[in-house]
Design a protein around this ligand. Structure first.
Ligand SMILES: *[C@@H]1O[C@H](CO)[C@@H](O)[C@H](O)[C@H]1NC(C)=O
Ligand SMILES: *[C@@H]1O[C@H](CO)[C@@H](O)[C@H](O)[C@H]1NC(C)=O
Ligand SMILES: *[C@@H]1O[C@H](CO)[C@@H](O)[C@H](O)[C@H]1NC(C)=O
Ligand SMILES: *[C@@H]1O[C@H](CO)[C@@H](O)[C@H](O)[C@H]1NC(C)=O
Ligand SMILES: *[C@@H]1O[C@H](CO)[C@@H](O)[C@H](O)[C@H]1NC(C)=O
Length: 578
């Protein structure tokens, strides 16, 4: 491995730029497929108001595009979430479920064959020039980056571990060249230069382009290469903003909602056992929160720079700009130290904005959508036939979209939760065991629910209509009293959600999109409300229940309980699903 320290000005030229320069800059009347610019931040929340502090993103993307307000990730952890996004498959189908081997990371992505079979490869096959800069996956390192090189990009410049999250000492690796250290330069400034270089390459070529920009902000800072062995513990400290943004937001604090550092603990056992945070911890977490908002300012400016460049080149009208994050984030809610990995709203809900040809401006879209839907969405916008192995369906974006709408999000997680920040630890450990669970987030037809089953066989049921902060676990209250959700008893609701989860936790392709069709073959049931019909009570009570035999750190099927649901035939009989 050779690390070259460089003083660089502007990076840009590749072979593509060289040929493209002979053409008129940025005018392609013959081009019919649209361009895509995809900005994906790291650990950016929607629920803690981060977008409120990025005015340029509001102006360019929210006002000039559509905001998907019910957009969710399916696994609230960087690497599994990103692999799902770029393959269009749930993590139980990719089996990339963690940030490092044996269950995840770049090596697992390669082992599973996805390096030959993921979105950039498919887009190249469809005639796109593809570019990527920033973080791709975890455990994509200064040592394994060429074993093999990432496929599918005409131009790439990846952040590499163990320097990915080092805001002031990052390492990038361009095309097939050796890694380069940017010691002393701010990572967002570096990625802005690289993004502009690739944008220019894309603009001058004849083909349409797909450009991904994946800055690490507002992820925690990690220095010292601890992710890469060496025995030192990984310390995840507050993010580091660009100098010019250091002074901002002095009076801003984490929103003091009902679930912020609550007097009464709540959640499953490991969350419920967290101590209430003392004053100095709360003050530190407020500081951590402000550093996230400050670190995002560089991304806000990056978006502005991209839009300006597109305007200058006359390509803005033929380019979709998409903005989202790999997963959300919590700070202090339910007493949690900074982090993700939970199924709470803060962790699974992320910003999603899209602007471009035909996209309504200033619109708020309520449809439930997920990261699994993004690859199908890009296919539809580019006019490529959908793949059968997509677990998602196009988001309702294109005017005549063929999207299949549904109420559910399948949320899944295996392994550890990580407690971030200088004060994030339990018994001096920043790692929490047994954070393996399967859940459903369901919004539709008057319902707003979250249901989860943990590897410890603990359960949660929150009714977000009356309990938006997920404080009151109704599952534990079934025996104590019987609150109704609409006119239905808790046990009726739980039996339906559990069966739906039984289908979704191992779904594939169509069964992920239309899970009720597995339980009711004649298409008579398409929603929770349909399934709640009293004639189905006996059927749902009789179903095998979602359960775990033990907690594993990855997807070990024989630890994951029943897999096959029964199928409704008539009021008194049912079939084994085959
Ligand atoms: C981009 O890469 C693909 C796959 O290697 C190749 O077919 C295509 O010609 C490249 N585009 C340009 C402009 O070189
Ligand atoms: C920055 O990273 C390089 C490796 O890329 C390392 O050699 C150097 O020690 C680091 N500098 C600091 C200040 O940690
Ligand atoms: C929807 O599907 C029909 C038939 O399969 C196809 O002709 C049409 O182009 C599709 N619409 C979009 C927006 O992809
Ligand atoms: C994790 O779950 C296993 C059972 O699968 C149990 O033996 C172990 O004690 C649990 N560990 C913690 C820290 O709760
Ligand atoms: C997922 O990967 C792990 C690690 O390689 C393996 O042990 C497990 O059997 C795989 N699970 C499935 C369902 O393929």
């Amino acid at each position: 491995m050779k690390l070259v320290a460089v003083m660089l000005s502007v990076l840009s030229s590749t072979a593509i730029a060289a040929t493209g320069l002979q053409q008129v800059l940025g005018t392609h009347p013959e081009q019919s497929q649209p361009n895509f610019i995809f900005v994906i931040t790291d650990d950016q929340d929607l629920e803690l108001d981060s977008v409120k502090y990025t005015p340029l993103i509001q102006t360019h993307l929210q006002s000039k595009g559509t905001f998907f307000k019910n957009h969710f990730v399916t696994t609230a952890l960087c690497c599994p979430s990103r692999v799902s996004l770029w393959t269009g498959q749930q993590a139980h189908n990719t089996n990339v479920t963690d940030v490092s081997p044996p269950y995840g990371g770049y090596p697992k992505f390669v082992d599973r064959g996805f390096n030959e079979n993921f979105l950039p490869v498919w887009l190249q096959d469809a005639g796109y020039n593809t570019f990527y800069t920033g973080k791709l996956f975890n455990t994509h390192t200064v040592e394994n980056y060429n074993q093999p090189h990432v496929n599918g990009f005409n131009g790439s410049d990846f952040l590499l571990d163990p320097f990915t999250y080092s805001y002031l000492n990052s390492t990038y690796q361009r095309n097939h060249e050796p890694p380069v250290s940017y010691e002393g330069r701010h990572t967002t400034e570096v990625i802005t230069e690289k993004a502009l270089g690739f944008l220019n390459d894309g603009l001058v070529a004849e083909q349409p382009f797909f450009l991904v920009i994946a800055p690490i902000a507002p992820h925690a800072n990690i220095d010292g290469g601890a992710l890469h062995g060496g025995g030192a513990p990984t310390v995840m400290t507050e993010p580091i903003p660009l100098d010019r943004h250091r002074h901002l937001f002095k009076d801003v604090r984490v929103p003091r909602t009902d679930h912020f550092n609550p007097v009464e603990p709540n959640g499953v056992s490991w969350v419920r056992d967290l101590p209430r945070q003392d004053q100095s911890t709360v003050a530190y977490n407020d500081h951590f929160y402000r550093q996230r908002l400050r670190a995002l300012q560089g991304v806000d400016e990056l978006v502005d720079t991209l839009v300006t460049r597109l305007e200058e080149s006359d390509q803005l009208d033929n380019t979709y700009i998409i903005y989202t994050s790999d997963n959300g984030y919590h700070i202090g809610q339910h007493r949690l130290p900074p982090g993700k990995a939970c199924g709470f709203e803060e962790d699974i809900r992320v910003p999603f904005f899209i602007r471009g040809p035909g996209i309504p401006q200033g619109r708020v879209q309520e449809a439930v959508t997920t990261h699994i839907d993004i690859a199908p969405t890009l296919f539809e916008l580019a006019g490529i036939p959908l793949r059968d192995d997509f677990d998602g369906t196009p988001m309702p974006i294109a005017p005549n979209s063929n999207s299949t709408r549904h109420e559910h999000v399948t949320v899944e997680y295996w392994g550890h939760a990580y407690l971030e920040g200088l004060k994030g630890s339990i018994d001096n450990s920043p790692v929490v065991a047994n954070n393996t669970y399967k859940s459903i987030r369901l919004i539709g037809d008057g319902f707003d629910l979250y249901y989860s089953v943990w590897c410890t066989n603990e359960h949660e049921l929150y009714d977000l209509t009356t309990d938006p902060y997920q404080i009151n676990n109704l599952y534990d209250k079934q025996d104590v009293y019987s609150p109704l959700i609409h006119k239905y008893g808790l046990s009726q609701i739980v039996s339906r959600l559990d069966s739906l989860l039984l289908v979704l936790k191992s779904c594939k392709g169509r069964t992920c999109i239309k899970p009720w069709d597995v339980l009711h073959r004649h298409g008579t049931v398409v929603s929770l409300r349909d399934a709640l019909h009293a004639e189905y009570d006996a059927f749902y009570n009789f179903q095998p229940k979602v359960a775990f035999d033990r907690c594993e750190l990855g997807q070990i099927l024989d630890a994951e309980g029943p897999q096959e649901p029964l199928v409704y035939r008539d009021g008194l009989s049912w079939d084994v699903w085959t």
